[in-house]
Write a protein of this length. Structure first.
Length: 313
């Protein structure tokens, strides 16, 4: 018997885990949860290992019916959540009974919400991960987003008990995301005005925003002179600067290589926020010098790994 029936897949809901690292040389991005922190919190609350497969719901609209008693947790984007029409809180373990229906409204702050179920979600594995990579239809449920009528099973029998999140640990999300970033490999090729704009003026995420990347609208970011470069490595958090002056921020499923100037790179400690960029959202970059980034990462990992064993950004 299936554990969950999808009544409405929402805007885009996929199965994700911690991703499939180590294959970018083959043209396969890591993928995985776009907001790694919220994903880990949801799993932690239901008693799973932090990297157990869970559901990632972009922008909301997901409706699920539970076919047997279970335990769930919701984290990430601020969405009104209801079980059988009664409001429930995010960032806490919630019991559900067979026949219960979970509904998520559309995101108010942030973009992606995570639904973890005790035992984890069963899905198709590819290169050691069940993460859904939509462009190549890999992993997940037939490599696609969930749709009405899909049924989901658990990858393991539920173990352990629900947990709580200490006060002060709930991540704060708003309609304006601030990302600390260091200069990219082609920083010196940007015009002086462009270098200043990147750290002083906000950008808006356009409708051309998905798990691959976000095209930003704002002051024109251009190189000082025309130049040609061969395709070079890209990572999530890399800000490319194409000739039209509107930068593109690479996200979880972003291309592995690209031929545009790489102006900035978001530091690893802040990359969980990339998953919460929604169309229309405001973004700002704050200067972080290269030597500061490792200390910021070490401090943040030390804080969260004491709460969620094995987790790191």
């Amino acid at each position: 018997m299936s554990a969950i029936t999808v009544l409405n897949g929402g805007t885009q809901t996929t199965v994700q885990d911690a991703g499939r690292p180590g294959h970018r040389h083959l043209g396969i991005p890591r993928s995985g949860a776009a907001d790694k922190l919220s994903f880990a919190i949801a799993n932690h609350l239901v008693g799973n290992d932090w990297d157990a497969p869970a559901l990632e719901c972009a922008l909301g609209g997901l409706h699920l019916r539970f076919e047997r008693d279970s335990r769930i947790a919701l984290s990430g984007a601020q969405m009104w959540a209801q079980i059988n029409g009664m409001n429930v809180d995010l960032n806490r373990a919630l019991p559900v009974e067979a026949g219960d229906i979970l509904t998520l409204s559309y995101a108010r702050d942030g973009c992606r919400g995570y639904i973890a179920v005790a035992g984890g979600i069963a899905a198709t594995e590819f290169l050691g991960s069940v993460s859904t990579y939509l462009p190549a239809a890999l992993g997940g449920i037939e490599g696609r987003a969930l749709k009405t009528g899909d049924t989901l099973d658990l990858s393991a029998d539920p173990a352990g008990e629900g947990r709580t999140l200490p006060k002060g640990y709930i991540p704060f999300l708003s309609g304006h995301i601030v990302l600390r970033a260091r200069s990219g490999p082609e920083w010196d090729l940007l015009s002086p005005d462009s270098q200043r704009y990147l750290f002083t003026t906000p950008f808006i995420a356009t409708p051309a925003t998905d798990r691959m990347g976000s095209r930003l609208r704002g002051d024109r970011i251009v190189t000082d002179k025309k130049f040609a470069m061969t395709s070079s490595p890209l990572l999530p958090g890399t800000l490319q600067c194409p000739p039209d002056g509107q930068p593109i921020l690479a996200l979880a499923d972003g291309h592995c290589t690209g031929g545009y100037a790489r102006g900035l790179h978001v530091i690893q400690a802040d990359q969980w926020l990339l998953g919460q960029i929604a169309p229309g959202m405001k973004l700002s970059f704050r200067r972080c010098f290269e030597e500061e980034a490792p200390d910021i990462l070490q401090t943040r990992n030390a804080l969260w790994s004491t709460l969620i064993p094995g987790f790191s950004f």
